[in-house]
Design a protein around this ligand. Structure first.
Ligand code: 4AD
Length: 503
């Protein structure tokens, strides 16, 4: 296994004309006369390997020919550059070693339903789509760490078992901690505030837990959040930090993962526009937009677009169903079956959107100042923009106890949500923190929290309190937005959702 001739698919360009060995799994295999075309997947890419009957022992050729999808093997051969081939190279095989043959691999090139794929998540990882998402996730996580490490922030690891309610009391996972109740963390923020008073600029990055009874495409019960916290910062400073941060993440993905974005059919044109400054709206301005003529017009246009999309999909489905009934080869039938599964699920989605359109339009028209923006309100605002939008200054009743009351308008707090463009919705929530001891204590009482539990947090306002603030960015939502995935369950290796934990 330590043979120097072992190489990875993504290194083939350095070995043209040379004999090398690739080790991996059969992604696909088809025969054409006396040649077997094996597409090998090795974790770094795909390579077409050509096994000619005349070039290897006959018995080996037969065994390779009958290898099932995902059999593992090593193939030795000469590397050729070939633009038309997957990955741009081919291997003319001279020798092979079958490591472990596989039969009846359950995930075939046909499309499968979500439930089936989730139950087979441990295998579904090997699919091209999941591989691409995994690669982009890797870049996003690396960019997150690099951005803060390169900008003078210190990493602080905050605890997962906590005594405090970080966000809201209705979404706590309680754990029995040797007979005493504790919670799984909803945010590292409160602990991070204490660290900011020591280091100035800090961040934490880890898993976060919310027992939210939301079965939407944007909710997980376990997700990853990165949270910076900065001493001596105001709201404009926080918005600037957030827009530079998100622009950096997107630019890194464009730099490192262009081919993955292409495979995923992400909106690269939109991503290329993600540069500061982002749009800025106050909550009151957002409410005015929701209740105004712009939204009425927008929703009517959206309904008309959805109806024509539905009609187009129905025509295509009818065409394919007709072809399916004709005299065609099995592989053509499989291809049509796969396309039909995709089209039918797209049709169901469009139908749900058509059904929800009037409901969402009405919710927007009747929006009452004082409520938090709901998922559909965020979607409307975000779809009206081609770059992220900051919505700032929400009503204080709608938000967490630690947010600073705006001294110029006491009805609102100095906070913001960042909505990703083109309909994705919120990816960041943040605020300036209440730094006045008396006001903070009053808010703790107001929200029915126990002042004893927050005594240590109040200490931060007793001893050298300073203006400070921060925000939290959800990794899976950011990834879903960047890659164009509709549901964030595809953006975490093993998703935990309210209604289902598969494996
Ligand atoms: O707006 P949130 O609740 O903010 C906080 O937790 C603050 N304490 C952060 C801070 O100021 N340090 O959550 C921040 C982000 C959201 O914008 C979203 O991206 C993600 O966390 N998020 C979720 N992601 C997936 N599933 C859920 N159930 C999520 N809830 C929040």
């Amino acid at each position: 296994m330590s043979d120097k001739s072992n190489v990875y698919v993504n290194q083939l360009k350095h070995h043209i004309g040379k004999e090398v060995t690739l080790r991996g799994w059969v992604y696909n295999s088809r025969a054409s006369g006396k040649i077997q075309f094996v597409i090998l997947r090795d974790g770094t890419g795909l390579c077409q390997c050509i096994v000619e009957k005349a070039s290897v022992p006959e018995e080996l050729f037969d065994r390779i020919k009958h290898l099932g999808q995902e059999s593992s093997l090593s193939l030795t051969g000469v590397v050729r550059a070939d633009e038309r081939s997957v990955g741009g190279h081919e291997l003319a095989v001279t020798d092979a070693q079958i490591i472990a043959p596989a039969e009846g691999y359950p995930i075939t090139p046909k499309a499968h339903g979500v439930d089936f794929l989730m139950r087979h998540r441990h295998l579904h990882f090997r699919s091209q789509r999941q591989w691409c998402i995994g690669k982009v996730r890797h870049t996003v996580v690396d960019a997150i760490r690099r951005f803060f490490n390169d900008n003078g922030f210190t990493l602080i690891d905050t605890p997962i078992f906590t005594t405090v309610v970080g966000e809201d009391q209705t979404s706590l996972f309680e754990v029995d901690y040797f007979g005493s109740p504790l919670h799984l963390t909803q945010t590292g923020q409160l602990y991070l505030e204490s660290a900011a008073m020591s280091f100035g600029r800090v961040y934490c990055f880890g898993p976060t837990f919310r027992a939210e009874k939301s079965k939407t495409r944007r909710h997980l019960t376990e997700f990853w959040m990165v949270e910076p916290e900065v001493a001596f910062i105001d709201l404009p400073g926080l918005l600037e930090l957030a827009e530079n941060f998100v622009s950096y993440i997107v630019s890194r993905v464009l730099e490192d993962n262009r081919s993955e974005l292409e495979t995923l059919e992400a909106d690269i044109g939109l991503l290329e526009k993600i540069q500061p400054p982002f749009y800025r709206l106050t909550y009151s301005e957002a409410v005015e937009i929701l209740k105004g003529p712009k939204t009425v017009e927008f929703m009517a246009r959206d309904l008309a677009d959805l109806q024509s999309e539905k009609a187009r999909t129905e025509v295509r489905i009818a065409e394919l169903e007709q072809q399916q009934g004709g005299q065609i080869k099995q592989w053509q039938k499989d291809k049509i079956a796969a396309e039909l599964i995709d089209l039918r699920s797209a049709l169901a989605e469009t139908e749900t959107k058509i059904e929800n359109n009037p409901k969402h339009a009405q919710l927007a028209a009747e929006f009452a100042w004082g409520k938090d923006l709901g998922g559909s309100d965020e979607t409307i605002i975000s779809r009206m923009h081609d770059k992220p939008v900051f919505v700032t200054h929400y009503p204080r009743e709608a938000k967490a106890f630690y947010m600073k009351t705006d001294r110029a308008d006491e009805r609102v707090v100095e906070n913001f949500d960042m909505l990703a463009p083109a309909g994705f919705g919120e990816i960041i929530g943040g605020s300036v923190r209440e730094d006045d001891y008396d006001r903070l204590l009053a808010k703790i009482h107001e929200q029915g929290l126990s002042p004893e539990t927050y005594n240590w947090y109040l200490d931060l306002r007793r001893y050298g309190s300073v203006p400070h603030g921060g925000f939290g960015l959800g990794v899976e939502r950011t990834l879903a937005w960047i890659t164009g995935e509709k549901h964030i369950r595809q953006c975490i290796p093993f998703p935990r959702m309210m209604d289902k934990v598969y494996i």
